[in-house]
Design a protein around this ligand. Structure first.
Ligand SMILES: [Zn+2]
Length: 437
């Protein structure tokens, strides 16, 4: 596809161009510059609006898309109560069609929130049909999706290691690198206290053989840390380091309750902590020490987490949560400045940072700053972090293809899909025993 975006502000790694242009050829950024755009080529699509800010496509580094039908159940319940009374029951009742529609709804919400890449910690691996419904939805919409195949082989919901490994092998063979590389597979242990040492090691080795990441909830609550400590004699990150699971290809999701040794281990192994500030606040889990992690050289990504624990996939909102919570946590008004807050949402699954530069993948989020709740704009970065929300996302381009333009999905009948999802979600709640009849 040939695209020209003009009369727009551009968020570069080191500065903001107040008025510039950007050209896409095929799947990549071909050129960008300051001031007047070169004349458009005859075949080129020209995108412009009143006051666009172009940024690299945001990376939602942790969610559970199937939870989109589980919005609104989390308020005022401890993590394990919430899981046992609501989430696990709903997950158990989901058929492949529920997963398909919940995924579509979650994907639309995520894209409207500016995401072009999504790591889905897929928790409903009851059948390959369930899993493929997620992969097909992402392929059809055209987003980048990393499906981290969730698993537990200890306690509630445990699967046999043979099933887990067979399923991962099938996913790597059939789907890893599909859709011109937009689909990736990852190893997704659910939490240290739900996994055996041997299966952690075997699945991590399998992922590494395919150049894939391992993505696991870690140190989300104090209670969870205590469970691992009791079972292994080690805190979760220390236990994973002992097992050889930590590495540049490891994502520790949450990392709320980390001690000094664990932070040092994460840095030494170049692992990523994925911060989910809204979910941690919703479930009263705590506030991850993000400012300290960054100061000490730990890579930090950003996730919305699933709609069951955050309700929205709006990553712009998560950026704002991250900025505010670090200040409240540290009592330091400079704890997470706007550029650092945005950088959290630019950490790609492989550990690289998304950036606007020639040769980079054409994954772009276009935000309209000409809004009553944003103007006047003194600093586009501050406007993005403190004022913008998902309804301001004007356009989304993934791999050179326009998915959202002027606030509307190009290839999706959104109204029809929403009506279908409403009916289906109610039907699911009834089957799970959460409604009377
Ligand atoms: Zn999660």
């Amino acid at each position: 596809m040939a695209l020209l975006i003009r009369n727009a502000a551009l968020l570069l790694p080191d500065r903001v161009i107040a008025r510039g242009w950007l050209r896409v050829r095929g799947r990549f950024i071909a050129a960008l510059g300051e001031g007047d755009a070169p004349p458009p080529d005859p075949e080129e699509i020209v995108l412009e609006s009143r006051a666009l800010l172009v940024l690299p496509g945001l990376v939602n580094a942790h969610t559970h898309l199937e939870q989109t039908f589980m919005r609104g159940y989390a308020g005022g319940k401890p993590l394990l109560v919430w899981l046992q009374r609501y989430i696990w029951k709903l997950q158990a009742a989901m058929d492949a069609e529920d997963v398909r529609l919940a995924t579509w709804l979650g994907l639309l919400d995520a894209v409207r929130g500016g995401a072009t890449t999504i790591i889905d910690h897929h928790k409903v691996p009851f059948s390959r049909q369930h899993t493929e419904s997620v992969l097909k939805a992402a392929t059809q919409l055209g987003v980048r999706l990393v499906l981290a195949r969730a698993w537990a082989d200890v306690g509630t919901g445990a699967e046999s290691p043979t099933v887990i490994l067979d399923d991962l092998r099938w996913l790597f063979a059939e789907w890893h690198g599909a859709a011109e590389g937009r689909i990736q597979i990852a190893n997704g242990p659910l939490a240290p206290w739900r996994c055996s040492a041997e299966t952690l090691q075997r699945t991590t080795a399998l992922a590494r053989a395919h150049g894939a990441i391992t993505h696991c909830h870690m140190n989300e609550t104090q209670h969870e840390v205590a469970l691992t400590l009791r079972a292994t004699g080690l805190r979760p990150v220390a236990w994973f380091a002992r097992l050889g699971v930590l590495g540049h290809d490891f994502h520790a999701v949450h990392g709320v309750w980390l001690d000094d040794e664990e932070i040092a281990l994460l840095r030494r192994h170049s692992a990523q902590v994925t911060h989910c500030p809204a979910a941690n606040a919703t479930l009263a889990s705590g506030i991850a020490p993000v400012a300290r992690l960054l100061r000490e050289g730990v890579r930090v990504g950003l996730g919305s987490d699933g709609p069951a624990s955050n309700d929205t996939q709006d990553l712009l909102e998560s950026i704002r949560w991250a900025a505010y919570l670090q200040r409240a946590h540290t009592l330091d008004p400079e704890a997470l400045p706007p550029r650092e807050a945005v950088r959290l949402a630019l950490q790609r699954p492989d550990g690289s940072e998304a950036a606007l530069r020639p040769g980079a993948p054409a994954d772009l989020t276009l935000v309209d700053l000409q809004r009553a709740h944003i103007q006047p704009v003194h600093d586009p970065l501050a406007a993005l972090v403190y004022c913008a929300r998902n309804s301001d996302v004007w356009g989304v381009i993934v791999d050179g293809r326009v998915i959202l333009r002027a606030g509307r999905f190009v290839d999706v009948d959104e109204d029809a899909l929403l009506a279908e999802c409403r009916a289906r979600a109610q039907h699911l709640a009834r089957r799970a025993g959460l409604l009377d009849s």
